[in-house]
Design a protein around this ligand. Sequence first.
Ligand code: COS
Length: 388
Amino acid sequence: MALDQETLDQLIDTVQRFVQERLIPNERKVEELNDIPPDIMQEMKDLGLFGLTIPEEFGGMGLGMEEEVRVINEIGRAHGSFRSAFATTIGIGSQGIVIDGTDEQKQKYLPRMATGECIGSFALTEPDSGSDAASLRTHAKKDGDDYIINGSKRYITNATRAGVFTVMVRSNPDEKGAAGITAFLVEAGTKGLSIAKPDEKLGHHGTLTSDVNFDDVRVHKSAIVGGEEGMGFKTAMKVLDRGRLHIAAGSCGAANRLIDECLNYAIDRKQFGQPIADFQLVQGMLADSKTELYAAWCMVLDAAQRRDKGERITVEASCAKYYATEMVGRVADRAVQIFGGAGYITDYPIERFYRDVRLYRLYEGTSQIQQLIIARDMIKKAREKAGM
Ligand code: COS
Protein backbone atom coordinates (compact mmCIF):
# COMPACT_ATOMS: atom_id res chain seq x y z
CA MET A 1 0.00 0.00 0.00
CA ALA A 2 1.37 3.39 -0.99
CA LEU A 3 -1.04 5.28 1.26
CA ASP A 4 -1.92 4.86 4.92
CA GLN A 5 -5.53 3.92 5.58
CA GLU A 6 -6.60 7.44 6.53
CA THR A 7 -5.13 9.00 3.38
CA LEU A 8 -6.69 6.29 1.21
CA ASP A 9 -10.08 6.89 2.89
CA GLN A 10 -9.73 10.61 2.20
CA LEU A 11 -8.85 9.94 -1.44
CA ILE A 12 -11.84 7.63 -1.87
CA ASP A 13 -14.09 10.18 -0.20
CA THR A 14 -12.83 12.96 -2.51
CA VAL A 15 -13.32 10.77 -5.58
CA GLN A 16 -16.83 9.78 -4.44
CA ARG A 17 -17.78 13.45 -4.10
CA PHE A 18 -16.21 14.30 -7.46
CA VAL A 19 -18.15 11.48 -9.14
CA GLN A 20 -21.43 12.55 -7.53
CA GLU A 21 -21.09 16.31 -7.85
CA ARG A 22 -19.13 16.74 -11.10
CA LEU A 23 -19.02 13.60 -13.24
CA ILE A 24 -22.56 12.24 -13.01
CA PRO A 25 -24.16 15.68 -13.65
CA ASN A 26 -21.98 16.05 -16.78
CA GLU A 27 -22.71 12.64 -18.31
CA ARG A 28 -25.21 13.98 -20.84
CA LYS A 29 -22.77 16.65 -21.89
CA VAL A 30 -20.23 13.94 -22.73
CA GLU A 31 -22.81 12.30 -24.99
CA GLU A 32 -23.67 15.63 -26.64
CA LEU A 33 -20.04 16.69 -27.21
CA ASN A 34 -18.66 13.21 -27.89
CA ASP A 35 -15.81 14.47 -25.75
CA ILE A 36 -14.93 15.20 -22.14
CA PRO A 37 -15.90 18.80 -21.29
CA PRO A 38 -12.61 20.75 -21.00
CA ASP A 39 -13.34 22.00 -17.45
CA ILE A 40 -13.91 18.42 -16.27
CA MET A 41 -10.72 17.25 -17.97
CA GLN A 42 -8.82 19.97 -16.11
CA GLU A 43 -10.45 19.05 -12.80
CA MET A 44 -9.45 15.40 -13.31
CA LYS A 45 -5.86 16.53 -13.83
CA ASP A 46 -5.99 18.83 -10.78
CA LEU A 47 -7.31 15.96 -8.66
CA GLY A 48 -4.27 13.88 -9.62
CA LEU A 49 -6.21 11.20 -11.48
CA PHE A 50 -3.63 11.09 -14.29
CA GLY A 51 -0.94 10.25 -11.76
CA LEU A 52 -2.71 7.64 -9.64
CA THR A 53 -0.29 4.82 -10.47
CA ILE A 54 2.77 6.81 -11.50
CA PRO A 55 5.44 6.31 -8.79
CA GLU A 56 5.71 9.11 -6.24
CA GLU A 57 9.31 9.89 -7.21
CA PHE A 58 7.95 10.93 -10.62
CA GLY A 59 5.18 13.08 -9.21
CA GLY A 60 2.32 10.57 -9.08
CA MET A 61 0.54 8.92 -6.14
CA GLY A 62 2.18 5.56 -6.73
CA LEU A 63 -0.96 3.61 -5.85
CA GLY A 64 -0.68 -0.13 -5.48
CA MET A 65 -3.10 -2.41 -7.29
CA GLU A 66 -5.62 -2.66 -4.44
CA GLU A 67 -5.67 1.10 -4.03
CA GLU A 68 -6.08 1.55 -7.78
CA VAL A 69 -9.04 -0.84 -8.03
CA ARG A 70 -10.71 0.86 -5.07
CA VAL A 71 -10.46 4.25 -6.79
CA ILE A 72 -11.51 2.86 -10.18
CA ASN A 73 -14.51 1.16 -8.58
CA GLU A 74 -15.70 4.64 -7.55
CA ILE A 75 -14.92 6.31 -10.90
CA GLY A 76 -16.66 3.43 -12.69
CA ARG A 77 -19.99 4.66 -11.31
CA ALA A 78 -19.91 7.53 -13.79
CA HIS A 79 -19.94 7.55 -17.59
CA GLY A 80 -17.16 5.18 -18.71
CA SER A 81 -15.49 7.84 -20.84
CA PHE A 82 -14.43 9.85 -17.79
CA ARG A 83 -12.37 6.86 -16.62
CA SER A 84 -11.14 6.14 -20.09
CA ALA A 85 -9.80 9.69 -20.52
CA PHE A 86 -7.11 9.10 -17.90
CA ALA A 87 -7.02 5.29 -17.82
CA THR A 88 -4.53 4.83 -20.65
CA THR A 89 -2.19 7.31 -18.97
CA ILE A 90 -2.22 5.51 -15.61
CA GLY A 91 -2.47 2.07 -17.23
CA ILE A 92 -1.52 0.58 -20.56
CA GLY A 93 0.05 3.85 -21.78
CA SER A 94 2.48 4.32 -18.87
CA GLN A 95 2.95 0.97 -17.19
CA GLY A 96 5.30 -0.34 -19.88
CA ILE A 97 7.64 2.51 -18.88
CA VAL A 98 7.01 1.99 -15.15
CA ILE A 99 7.57 -1.79 -15.30
CA ASP A 100 10.25 -2.17 -17.97
CA GLY A 101 11.43 1.33 -18.96
CA THR A 102 14.94 2.70 -18.55
CA ASP A 103 15.66 5.39 -15.94
CA GLU A 104 15.97 7.91 -18.74
CA GLN A 105 12.54 6.97 -20.14
CA LYS A 106 10.98 7.24 -16.71
CA GLN A 107 12.50 10.69 -16.15
CA LYS A 108 11.46 11.85 -19.57
CA TYR A 109 7.81 10.82 -19.59
CA LEU A 110 6.43 9.92 -16.18
CA PRO A 111 6.45 13.36 -14.51
CA ARG A 112 4.51 14.87 -17.44
CA MET A 113 2.14 11.91 -17.49
CA ALA A 114 1.45 12.29 -13.76
CA THR A 115 0.13 15.84 -14.29
CA GLY A 116 -1.86 14.91 -17.39
CA GLU A 117 0.30 17.14 -19.57
CA CYS A 118 1.41 14.11 -21.59
CA ILE A 119 -1.34 11.57 -22.28
CA GLY A 120 -0.11 8.01 -22.72
CA SER A 121 -1.59 5.69 -25.33
CA PHE A 122 -0.97 2.01 -26.08
CA ALA A 123 -0.80 0.75 -29.66
CA LEU A 124 -0.97 -3.03 -29.98
CA THR A 125 -4.03 -3.90 -32.09
CA GLU A 126 -3.82 -3.77 -35.89
CA PRO A 127 -6.32 -4.24 -38.73
CA ASP A 128 -5.24 -7.90 -39.05
CA SER A 129 -4.05 -8.58 -35.51
CA GLY A 130 -6.44 -8.38 -32.56
CA SER A 131 -6.75 -11.39 -30.27
CA ASP A 132 -3.67 -12.92 -31.90
CA ALA A 133 -1.49 -10.06 -30.74
CA ALA A 134 1.79 -11.83 -31.50
CA SER A 135 0.99 -11.86 -35.22
CA LEU A 136 1.26 -8.08 -35.54
CA ARG A 137 2.85 -6.74 -38.71
CA THR A 138 3.84 -3.13 -38.03
CA HIS A 139 7.59 -3.36 -38.47
CA ALA A 140 10.80 -1.49 -37.72
CA LYS A 141 13.95 -1.59 -39.82
CA LYS A 142 17.28 -0.71 -38.24
CA ASP A 143 19.13 2.22 -39.80
CA GLY A 144 22.30 3.05 -37.86
CA ASP A 145 21.21 4.12 -34.37
CA ASP A 146 17.66 4.65 -35.60
CA TYR A 147 14.70 2.48 -36.51
CA ILE A 148 12.22 3.24 -39.27
CA ILE A 149 8.67 2.15 -38.43
CA ASN A 150 5.97 1.35 -40.97
CA GLY A 151 2.49 -0.03 -40.42
CA SER A 152 -0.86 0.70 -38.94
CA LYS A 153 -2.57 0.37 -35.55
CA ARG A 154 -6.32 0.21 -34.96
CA TYR A 155 -8.85 1.28 -32.26
CA ILE A 156 -6.19 3.16 -30.34
CA THR A 157 -7.81 4.78 -27.30
CA ASN A 158 -6.91 8.44 -26.73
CA ALA A 159 -4.81 8.54 -29.92
CA THR A 160 -5.92 12.09 -30.75
CA ARG A 161 -5.10 13.27 -27.21
CA ALA A 162 -1.82 11.38 -26.79
CA GLY A 163 1.62 12.84 -26.23
CA VAL A 164 3.37 9.49 -26.43
CA PHE A 165 2.45 6.04 -27.74
CA THR A 166 3.83 2.73 -26.54
CA VAL A 167 3.88 0.95 -29.89
CA MET A 168 4.40 -2.78 -30.33
CA VAL A 169 6.41 -3.35 -33.49
CA ARG A 170 8.06 -6.32 -35.22
CA SER A 171 11.75 -5.49 -35.20
CA ASN A 172 12.92 -8.92 -36.30
CA PRO A 173 11.23 -9.98 -39.56
CA ASP A 174 12.66 -13.50 -39.27
CA GLU A 175 10.89 -14.05 -35.98
CA LYS A 176 7.15 -14.30 -36.73
CA GLY A 177 5.95 -14.70 -33.13
CA ALA A 178 6.18 -12.87 -29.83
CA ALA A 179 9.99 -12.91 -29.65
CA GLY A 180 10.30 -10.62 -32.70
CA ILE A 181 8.31 -7.80 -31.10
CA THR A 182 9.82 -4.65 -29.58
CA ALA A 183 7.99 -1.85 -27.75
CA PHE A 184 8.90 1.67 -28.91
CA LEU A 185 7.97 5.01 -27.37
CA VAL A 186 6.87 7.22 -30.24
CA GLU A 187 5.92 10.81 -29.58
CA ALA A 188 2.91 12.44 -31.18
CA GLY A 189 4.04 14.85 -33.85
CA THR A 190 6.91 12.65 -35.02
CA LYS A 191 7.25 12.99 -38.80
CA GLY A 192 5.33 10.24 -40.60
CA LEU A 193 2.97 9.49 -37.70
CA SER A 194 -0.65 10.31 -38.53
CA ILE A 195 -3.87 9.82 -36.66
CA ALA A 196 -7.13 9.10 -38.46
CA LYS A 197 -10.41 10.70 -37.49
CA PRO A 198 -11.99 9.13 -34.41
CA ASP A 199 -14.13 6.00 -34.91
CA GLU A 200 -17.91 6.14 -34.54
CA LYS A 201 -18.92 3.64 -31.88
CA LEU A 202 -21.91 1.90 -30.31
CA GLY A 203 -21.11 3.44 -26.95
CA HIS A 204 -18.38 5.08 -24.92
CA HIS A 205 -19.07 8.36 -26.66
CA GLY A 206 -16.44 10.81 -25.51
CA THR A 207 -13.74 8.14 -25.62
CA LEU A 208 -11.81 8.82 -28.77
CA THR A 209 -10.32 5.85 -30.62
CA SER A 210 -8.56 6.06 -33.97
CA ASP A 211 -6.26 4.35 -36.40
CA VAL A 212 -2.64 5.39 -35.98
CA ASN A 213 -0.51 5.14 -39.10
CA PHE A 214 3.28 4.93 -39.32
CA ASP A 215 4.81 5.98 -42.59
CA ASP A 216 8.62 5.87 -42.37
CA VAL A 217 8.57 7.06 -38.77
CA ARG A 218 12.16 7.43 -37.60
CA VAL A 219 12.93 6.88 -33.91
CA HIS A 220 16.24 6.58 -32.06
CA LYS A 221 17.15 3.28 -30.42
CA SER A 222 16.77 5.02 -27.02
CA ALA A 223 13.00 4.87 -27.70
CA ILE A 224 12.97 1.09 -27.17
CA VAL A 225 11.19 0.40 -23.87
CA GLY A 226 13.87 -0.96 -21.56
CA GLY A 227 16.49 -0.58 -24.29
CA GLU A 228 16.33 -4.23 -25.36
CA GLU A 229 14.87 -5.54 -28.61
CA GLY A 230 12.46 -8.49 -28.58
CA MET A 231 10.92 -7.79 -25.16
CA GLY A 232 7.89 -5.84 -26.39
CA PHE A 233 5.33 -8.64 -26.30
CA LYS A 234 6.19 -9.53 -22.72
CA THR A 235 6.01 -5.87 -21.74
CA ALA A 236 2.57 -5.65 -23.37
CA MET A 237 1.33 -8.76 -21.55
CA LYS A 238 2.60 -7.54 -18.16
CA VAL A 239 0.86 -4.22 -18.75
CA LEU A 240 -2.34 -6.03 -19.66
CA ASP A 241 -2.26 -8.06 -16.42
CA ARG A 242 -2.72 -4.81 -14.59
CA GLY A 243 -5.03 -3.30 -17.21
CA ARG A 244 -7.41 -6.25 -17.02
CA LEU A 245 -7.86 -5.82 -13.29
CA HIS A 246 -8.48 -2.13 -13.85
CA ILE A 247 -11.27 -2.97 -16.33
CA ALA A 248 -12.72 -5.50 -13.89
CA ALA A 249 -12.80 -2.81 -11.18
CA GLY A 250 -14.47 -0.35 -13.57
CA SER A 251 -17.08 -3.00 -14.34
CA CYS A 252 -17.82 -3.35 -10.63
CA GLY A 253 -18.23 0.42 -10.37
CA ALA A 254 -20.69 0.44 -13.26
CA ALA A 255 -22.63 -2.45 -11.69
CA ASN A 256 -22.78 -0.58 -8.36
CA ARG A 257 -24.27 2.45 -10.09
CA LEU A 258 -26.76 0.37 -12.07
CA ILE A 259 -27.93 -1.43 -8.94
CA ASP A 260 -28.42 1.89 -7.12
CA GLU A 261 -30.36 3.27 -10.09
CA CYS A 262 -32.51 0.10 -10.12
CA LEU A 263 -33.21 0.30 -6.40
CA ASN A 264 -34.24 3.95 -6.54
CA TYR A 265 -36.46 3.31 -9.53
CA ALA A 266 -38.02 0.13 -8.16
CA ILE A 267 -38.87 1.77 -4.83
CA ASP A 268 -40.36 4.80 -6.57
CA ARG A 269 -42.19 3.18 -9.47
CA LYS A 270 -45.68 1.87 -8.66
CA GLN A 271 -47.62 -0.73 -10.60
CA PHE A 272 -50.65 -2.75 -9.53
CA GLY A 273 -50.93 -0.34 -6.58
CA GLN A 274 -47.50 -0.92 -5.06
CA PRO A 275 -43.80 -0.19 -5.63
CA ILE A 276 -42.36 -2.66 -8.12
CA ALA A 277 -39.59 -3.28 -5.54
CA ASP A 278 -42.19 -5.26 -3.57
CA PHE A 279 -42.69 -7.79 -6.36
CA GLN A 280 -40.65 -10.91 -5.88
CA LEU A 281 -39.74 -11.23 -9.56
CA VAL A 282 -38.13 -7.78 -9.42
CA GLN A 283 -36.48 -8.70 -6.12
CA GLY A 284 -35.00 -11.76 -7.80
CA MET A 285 -33.32 -9.58 -10.40
CA LEU A 286 -32.02 -7.17 -7.76
CA ALA A 287 -30.66 -10.01 -5.66
CA ASP A 288 -28.96 -11.70 -8.63
CA SER A 289 -27.24 -8.44 -9.55
CA LYS A 290 -26.07 -7.83 -5.99
CA THR A 291 -24.79 -11.38 -5.60
CA GLU A 292 -22.86 -11.37 -8.85
CA LEU A 293 -21.37 -7.96 -8.11
CA TYR A 294 -20.22 -9.18 -4.70
CA ALA A 295 -18.54 -12.21 -6.28
CA ALA A 296 -16.81 -10.06 -8.91
CA TRP A 297 -15.59 -7.52 -6.37
CA CYS A 298 -14.17 -10.27 -4.13
CA MET A 299 -12.23 -11.60 -7.14
CA VAL A 300 -10.93 -8.15 -8.07
CA LEU A 301 -9.78 -7.43 -4.51
CA ASP A 302 -8.15 -10.83 -4.08
CA ALA A 303 -6.24 -10.58 -7.36
CA ALA A 304 -5.18 -7.00 -6.57
CA GLN A 305 -3.95 -7.96 -3.11
CA ARG A 306 -1.98 -10.87 -4.56
CA ARG A 307 -0.34 -8.57 -7.10
CA ASP A 308 0.59 -6.14 -4.32
CA LYS A 309 2.29 -9.07 -2.55
CA GLY A 310 4.40 -9.63 -5.67
CA GLU A 311 2.59 -12.67 -7.05
CA ARG A 312 2.16 -13.07 -10.81
CA ILE A 313 -1.57 -12.71 -11.32
CA THR A 314 -2.00 -13.33 -15.04
CA VAL A 315 -4.64 -16.02 -14.47
CA GLU A 316 -6.38 -14.23 -11.60
CA ALA A 317 -6.56 -11.00 -13.64
CA SER A 318 -8.11 -12.93 -16.52
CA CYS A 319 -10.61 -14.65 -14.19
CA ALA A 320 -11.57 -11.31 -12.64
CA LYS A 321 -11.83 -9.53 -15.99
CA TYR A 322 -13.82 -12.36 -17.53
CA TYR A 323 -16.28 -12.65 -14.66
CA ALA A 324 -16.66 -8.93 -13.84
CA THR A 325 -17.22 -7.81 -17.43
CA GLU A 326 -19.74 -10.57 -18.12
CA MET A 327 -21.38 -9.80 -14.77
CA VAL A 328 -21.90 -6.11 -15.57
CA GLY A 329 -23.42 -7.08 -18.91
CA ARG A 330 -26.03 -9.15 -17.06
CA VAL A 331 -26.59 -6.40 -14.48
CA ALA A 332 -27.14 -3.84 -17.26
CA ASP A 333 -29.55 -6.17 -19.01
CA ARG A 334 -31.56 -6.66 -15.80
CA ALA A 335 -31.52 -2.89 -15.28
CA VAL A 336 -33.18 -2.37 -18.66
CA GLN A 337 -35.74 -4.98 -17.63
CA ILE A 338 -36.49 -3.35 -14.28
CA PHE A 339 -36.81 0.09 -15.88
CA GLY A 340 -38.96 -1.31 -18.70
CA GLY A 341 -39.61 1.32 -21.39
CA ALA A 342 -37.70 3.89 -19.31
CA GLY A 343 -34.64 1.69 -19.64
CA TYR A 344 -34.71 2.05 -23.39
CA ILE A 345 -34.88 5.83 -23.75
CA THR A 346 -32.13 8.36 -23.29
CA ASP A 347 -33.85 10.29 -20.47
CA TYR A 348 -32.36 7.73 -18.07
CA PRO A 349 -28.73 6.55 -17.95
CA ILE A 350 -29.62 2.85 -18.25
CA GLU A 351 -29.61 2.51 -22.04
CA ARG A 352 -26.23 4.26 -22.12
CA PHE A 353 -24.72 1.90 -19.55
CA TYR A 354 -26.20 -1.03 -21.49
CA ARG A 355 -24.29 0.08 -24.60
CA ASP A 356 -21.16 1.21 -22.79
CA VAL A 357 -20.49 -1.88 -20.67
CA ARG A 358 -20.61 -4.08 -23.79
CA LEU A 359 -17.12 -2.85 -24.59
CA TYR A 360 -15.64 -4.34 -21.41
CA ARG A 361 -16.05 -7.87 -22.78
CA LEU A 362 -14.01 -6.89 -25.82
CA TYR A 363 -11.04 -4.69 -25.08
CA GLU A 364 -7.87 -5.63 -23.25
CA GLY A 365 -8.67 -9.18 -24.35
CA THR A 366 -12.10 -10.60 -25.19
CA SER A 367 -13.86 -12.97 -22.79
CA GLN A 368 -12.74 -15.80 -25.05
CA ILE A 369 -9.08 -14.74 -24.75
CA GLN A 370 -9.46 -14.68 -20.96
CA GLN A 371 -10.93 -18.20 -21.07
CA LEU A 372 -8.01 -19.30 -23.21
CA ILE A 373 -5.43 -17.82 -20.80
CA ILE A 374 -7.14 -19.44 -17.80
CA ALA A 375 -7.59 -22.89 -19.35
CA ARG A 376 -4.12 -22.99 -20.90
CA ASP A 377 -2.58 -22.40 -17.49
CA MET A 378 -4.77 -25.07 -15.87
CA ILE A 379 -3.81 -27.64 -18.50
CA LYS A 380 -0.11 -26.72 -18.34
CA LYS A 381 -0.04 -27.17 -14.56
CA ALA A 382 -1.98 -30.44 -14.75
CA ARG A 383 0.48 -31.78 -17.33
CA GLU A 384 3.46 -30.68 -15.24
CA LYS A 385 1.95 -32.40 -12.21
CA ALA A 386 1.44 -35.57 -14.19
CA GLY A 387 5.02 -35.34 -15.50
CA MET A 388 3.83 -35.07 -19.10
N1 COS B 1 3.44 -11.68 -18.25
C1 COS B 1 4.72 -11.92 -18.64
N2 COS B 1 5.05 -12.65 -19.74
C2 COS B 1 4.02 -13.15 -20.46
C3 COS B 1 2.67 -12.95 -20.11
C4 COS B 1 2.40 -12.17 -18.94
N3 COS B 1 1.13 -11.93 -18.57
N4 COS B 1 1.88 -13.56 -21.02
C5 COS B 1 2.71 -14.15 -21.90
N5 COS B 1 4.00 -13.90 -21.56
C6 COS B 1 5.19 -14.37 -22.24
C7 COS B 1 5.16 -15.91 -22.30
O1 COS B 1 5.72 -16.46 -21.11
C8 COS B 1 6.01 -16.20 -23.51
O2 COS B 1 7.37 -16.07 -23.17
P1 COS B 1 8.43 -17.22 -23.59
O3 COS B 1 8.37 -17.28 -25.09
O4 COS B 1 9.74 -16.69 -23.07
O5 COS B 1 7.96 -18.47 -22.94
C9 COS B 1 5.67 -15.03 -24.46
O6 COS B 1 5.18 -13.97 -23.61
C10 COS B 1 4.63 -15.42 -25.47
O7 COS B 1 3.46 -15.82 -24.77
P2 COS B 1 2.39 -16.83 -25.35
O8 COS B 1 3.11 -18.01 -25.93
O9 COS B 1 1.38 -17.07 -24.30
O10 COS B 1 1.79 -15.96 -26.58
P3 COS B 1 0.57 -16.25 -27.54
O11 COS B 1 0.91 -15.75 -28.88
O12 COS B 1 0.13 -17.67 -27.40
O13 COS B 1 -0.59 -15.24 -27.03
C11 COS B 1 -2.40 -14.38 -25.79
C12 COS B 1 -1.08 -15.17 -25.84
C13 COS B 1 -3.54 -14.96 -26.58
C14 COS B 1 -2.72 -14.44 -24.30
C15 COS B 1 -2.15 -12.90 -26.22
O14 COS B 1 -1.95 -12.82 -27.61
C16 COS B 1 -3.27 -11.97 -25.83
O15 COS B 1 -3.35 -11.54 -24.67
N6 COS B 1 -4.15 -11.60 -26.78
C17 COS B 1 -5.14 -10.61 -26.57
C18 COS B 1 -4.57 -9.27 -26.87
C19 COS B 1 -5.35 -8.18 -26.24
O16 COS B 1 -5.67 -8.19 -25.07
N7 COS B 1 -5.62 -7.19 -27.06
C20 COS B 1 -6.33 -6.06 -26.61
C21 COS B 1 -5.60 -4.86 -27.11
S1 COS B 1 -5.08 -3.81 -25.89
S2 COS B 1 -6.68 -2.69 -25.58
